[in-house]
Design a protein around this ligand. Structure first.
Ligand SMILES: [Zn+2]
Length: 94
């Protein structure tokens, strides 16, 4: 499981507006919604005129990943460190 890749997958779904985006793989859905990261992404895109360079985009994703440290679901216990919710769905489905 690679958080960076999961975030990129998630943001590309947001870009395509295929559906109301849910939660990136491996992230606590409870805490993710509270963080309003989707809004952060829109803000970022807007600041880059909708067309960020790869380097800028990678920096943004890494920045988000760093801040998600505490709401990443533990691969073995499936428990979110922050809200202690137990998440069973989706993990390891890739
Ligand atoms: Zn949580």
């Amino acid at each position: 499981m690679n958080l960076i890749e999961n975030l990129k997958n998630y943001f590309s779904t947001v870009d395509k507006q295929e559906k109301a985006a849910d939660t990136p793989e491996g992230i606590c859905p409870n805490c993710w919604g509270r963080g309003e990261w989707e809004g952060e992404y829109y803000k970022f895109k807007k600041g880059e005129d909708g067309n960020p360079s790869n380097a800028t985009y990678n920096n943004f994703v890494q920045d988000v990943a760093r801040q998600l440290d505490k709401i990443t679901i533990d691969e073995y216990s499936f428990v979110c460190e922050t809200c202690k919710i137990k998440v069973l769905h989706k993990l390891g489905s890739y």
